[in-house]
Ligand binder design. Structure first.
Ligand SMILES: Cc1cc2nc3c(=O)[nH]c(=O)nc-3n(C[C@H](O)[C@H](O)[C@H](O)COP(=O)(O)OP(=O)(O)OC[C@H]3O[C@@H](n4cnc5c(N)ncnc54)[C@H](O)[C@@H]3O)c2cc1C
Ligand SMILES: *[C@@H]1O[C@H](CO)[C@@H](O)[C@H](O)[C@H]1NC(C)=O
Length: 421
């Protein structure tokens, strides 16, 4: 007979929430015997990247040992819990464009003051090359990127939308968290884990700061701890070597056709975004910029830019600094190729930290599985595919904890012990 399990999940991002959910749905979970507690340092779930990501899901994402399972589980979760309504689960098409914006075009645009209709009547940049542009196969219904600027379009994944989908990451993460709660998980917010006490052979207790009362609290007789603190994982468990990289994003209010678009936009060499010109800045950009733009359910469009290393990871997710000028850069770049978005109103300007494991010489994937201390588990470092890979990670984590091994996929490549954790 199996003994009492007292499981603590550290972090209420997509990985912590899906882990808690699948633990509470595991056939061996008996709420009369076992306890599952999720500790989240911020005042609410999904306060970090999981609430501020794009939400793209792709069968063509990485790592390949985890992606197919997780892509399938997303479809199953949506079917079981009404995900289309609750978190905007849907399929969409995905492509990459390359575009060139001339100096003359920028000057013409600046005279329009956000008038979309006038934007669309601008003399076409390459009247002479119309035929060439017609051959770039930019789909008819991708009508929110100016056709006359696009030099190349390439579809990603299999043709159509079978291999690409999306969720609204904030609604997905918080909904799964709520489902875990109703399945018996004790979710505590404002609970920042400060110490995991263990011997070489087992976990003992988990100490956390209750940020509301200022008291230090302790959960004793812990049998399992799953560390899923995203970019903070390296702070909770230093040997995990998972860190954060800041990235800014913006959310527009706009209802456009369902495409995720990766861009490569060549701007005039002396291009300075308007907000920077107003501040007297001459910002050098590297000739081309490559924001990613995702149409999203619920009448939104999401876009993100490049990561930066200007501000180190703060103590908690609610203290992340957003540099508004970087958001305005994204808006300004996208405004050169999209008339609709040029005049759309902005719902959010935000920043978050991408979690990544520091290892050398290979595409970095997450670390999922046991560590050198039995009972301390790791599920972190999901880089830019944590939303896509959340359900698969959670399911496998529940198998590790209750069955001792992962059976739904072979993820031996992601074993933390391979990386001395
Ligand atoms: C700009 C951007 C766009 C992205 N777009 C996509 C996308 O389209 N598709 C996709 O699949 N992925 C995307 N991602 C990646 C995805 O957002 C992340 O991989 C994922 O959110 C990581 O989830 P997580 O739960 O590991 O971390 P987080 O979301 O960071 O959650 C970790 C949680 O742990 C909490 N925590 C930290 N320290 C402690 C502590 N000591 N005690 C208790 N709690 C603690 C934090 O407050 C936080 O809530 C994107 C990322 C970025 C930055
Ligand atoms: C799992 O994958 C690893 C590496 O890809 C391989 O060496 C191993 O044999 C696989 N295990 C099983 C049970 O298939």
């Amino acid at each position: 007979m199996e003994g009492k399990r007292n499981i603590v999940v550290v972090g209420g991002g997509v990985i912590g929430c899906t882990t808690a959910y699948y633990l509470s749905r595991h056939p061996k979970f008996n709420p009369a015997l076992h306890t599952i507690t999720l500790l989240e340092a911020a005042p609410s779930l999904a306060s970090g990247a999981s609430g501020k990501a794009g939400g793209l899901l792709g069968l063509w994402a990485y790592p390949s040992c985890l992606v197919p399972l997780s892509f399938k589980l997303h479809a199953e979760l949506a079917a079981e819990h009404g995900g289309a309504q609750k978190w905007g689960y849907r399929h969409l098409k995905c492509g990459s464009i390359s575009a060139t914006v001339t100096k003359q075009r920028i000057q013409q645009m600046q005279t329009l003051n956000g008038d979309t209709k006038a934007w669309e009547r601008l003399p076409k940049q390459n009247e002479a090359a119309q035929e060439l542009f017609a051959s770039t196969n930019q789909p008819e219904d991708l009508d929110w990127i100016a056709r006359d600027l696009v030099e190349g379009y390439a579809e990603m994944g299999a043709p159509g939308a079978s291999e690409t989908a999306q969720v609204h990451p904030y609604h997905f993460t918080t909904s799964i968290g709520e489902l875990a709660r109703s399945g018996g998980v004790d979710i505590r917010t404002n609970a920042k884990v400060t110490n995991i006490k263990s011997s070489a052979s087992e976990v003992e207790s988990v100490e956390y700061l209750d940020r509301e009362s200022g008291e230090t609290k302790q959960i004793n007789d812990v049998t399992d701890v799953v560390v899923s603190a995203g970019p903070w994982t390296g702070r909770v468990l230093p040997k995990a070597k998972v860190e954060g990289l800041r990235a800014h994003s913006v959310v527009y209010e706009a209802d456009v056709s369902a495409y995720a678009v990766f861009t490569d936009i060549e701007l005039p060499s002396d291009f300075v975004p308007e907000h920077r010109a107003k501040m007297g800045q001459k910002r050098k950009h590297k000739g081309s910029v490559d924001p990613e733009i995702y149409a999203r359910p619920f009448g939104e469009v999401y876009a993100c830019g490049e990561p930066d290393k200007l501000v180190p990871l703060p103590e908690t997710a609610d203290q992340v600094e957003c540099d508004e000028a970087q958001c305005d850069d994204i808006i300004s770049y996208i405004g050169t190729v999209s008339p609709v978005l040029h005049s759309a109103s902005i719902k959010a300007k935000q920043a978050c930290y991408l979690p990544q494991h520091i290892r050398f010489g290979q595409e970095s994937g997450p670390l999922i599985g046991g560590t050198s201390v039995p009972g301390i588990w790791l599920a972190a470092g999901h880089t830019c595919w944590g939303i896509q890979n959340g359900p698969g990670t959670g399911k496998l984590m529940s198998e590790f904890v209750f069955d001792g091994k992962a059976t739904s996929a072979n993820i031996s490549n992601l074993d933390p012990r391979k990386f001395k954790v």
